[in-house]
Design a protein around this ligand. Structure first.
Ligand code: IPE
Ligand code: IPE
Ligand code: MG
Ligand code: MG
Length: 364
């Protein structure tokens, strides 16, 4: 278990997930990827687990330090858990690049970088749930659902600003640049998604660009930051690790979008077609439109109810578009893995391979 509240990588979703039935659904859905994360922890040994625990403690300290009532929502978001995939990437990338400098006995710089990445991710999720009108997050009511839009916006802002305050303590401009570029990309990705909402035609390339911005960029930044805090982090290694993370981040978003259409609700904790009902044009829909002789049947602006969204999911699935989208994601993961061994010592390459597998496990 990573935190006393019980969450994340080694212990399923957060303690709050047990509090209500809807959350239990989300907990089941997350089980396979959490198993995959636990496998990584076991293989990484006690030192990795201890490092992740220290990150967890620091996340809780940082969010609890804000004044009420925002602290309660910021902490609630953190304590609710999540897979901690991005901080794990920071740690594994740093260890792959020689680990933190010997002078930094407690690996404080590495912990701060990992905490900063998870805070940016959490901030984005709080804001994303305002934008998407999502009710559930990490097996609990989203901050937007529990406290309203205004507090959710302020909570997201707080998490963002804490992230940069934390990273600034490392005193390294390159690290700040890596994280700020990723968070600008995230915002740009969300804007692009809004711009394309309900669009009758979105090119695959434009969709992939959106996913790179809103998801892959932060995965890449996690690995780059890991390399930057490490003692032997060369530019070439940072590039190689960043390219690996970018591919698995892209695959992660593609599979998330497939899951929205394929469900089922017991796996995902949300109704099938939630993205579609919200006007979000994702890869399964784009591919289905290409494959169907009546692309006008896939007009999102005609959707009026969750039931109609589910029917559209069935129509998309019938075209074979889900398989194609899934295959694209799996190919990205395979590419990411194939590029790694050449640049890394065996042990860490194996763990990063397992992270890539965890991305796919999330889909199974
Ligand atoms: C969710 O990310 C947002 C997407 C990029 C699809 P995660 O699935 O990593 O969220 P947590 O941190 O485990 O809650
Ligand atoms: C992921 O987008 C959130 C960001 C990367 C900003 P989604 O809207 O697809 O993620 P979920 O499905 O809400 O977790
Ligand atoms: Mg969302
Ligand atoms: Mg989604």
């Amino acid at each position: 278990m990573i935190s006393a509240e019980g969450s994340t990588i080694t212990n399923g979703v957060g303690a709050g997930a047990n509090d209500d039935a809807a959350a239990g659904v989300a907990a089941n859905g997350a089980a396979s990827s959490l198993d995959a994360m636990e496998a990584i922890m076991r293989q990484g040994g006690g030192a990795l687990r201890e490092r992740m625990l220290e990150i967890e403690r620091q996340l809780e300290r940082v969010t609890a330090a804000a004044g009420a009532p925002l602290a309660a929502h910021a902490s609630g978001m953190i304590v609710a858990g999540g897979k901690r995939l991005r901080p794990l990437l920071v740690v594994l990338a740093a260890e792959s690049a020689g680990g933190p400098p010997a002078a930094d006995g407690g690996a404080d710089g590495l912990v701060r970088a990992a905490v900063a990445v998870e805070l940016v991710h959490s901030a984005t999720l709080v804001h994303d749930d305002v934008i998407d009108g999502a009710q559930l997050r990490r097996g609990r009511p989203s901050v937007a659902a529990a406290a309203g839009r205004k507090l959710a916006i302020a909570t997201g802002d707080l998490l963002f600003s804490r992230a940069f305050a934390e990273l600034a303590r490392n005193g390294d401009e390159a690290q700040l640049k890596a994280l700020s570029e990723a968070s600008s990309a995230l915002a740009e990705g969300e804007l692009l998604q809004r711009e394309d909402a309900y669009a009758p035609r979105v090119a695959v390339e434009r969709y992939l660009r959106r996913c790179e911005l809103k998801t892959a960029a932060l995965f890449e930044a996690a690995c780059r930051l890991g390399a930057l805090v490490a003692v032997g982090g060369s530019r070439a290694l940072a590039d190689a690790l960043g390219a690996f993370a970018r591919r698995i981040g892209l695959a992660f978003q593609l599979l998330d979008d497939v899951l929205d259409v394929s469900g089922p609700v017991e796996r995902t904790g949300k109704a099938r077609g939630t993205d579609l009902l919200d006007g979000t044009v994702t890869l399964p829909l784009i591919l289905a439109r290409e494959r169907d002789p009546q692309p006008a049947d896939f007009d999102l602006s005609l959707l009026q109810s969750p039931e109609q969204a589910e029917q559209l999911c069935d129509r998309i699935a019938a075209t074979g578009a889900l398989n194609e989208a899934r295959e694209r994601a799996l190919a990205l993961v395979a590419e990411a893995k194939a590029a790694l061994p050449a640049v890394l010592p065996g042990e860490r390459a194996t763990l990063l391979d397992l992270v890539a597998d965890a991305v796919v496990e999330r889909y199974r």
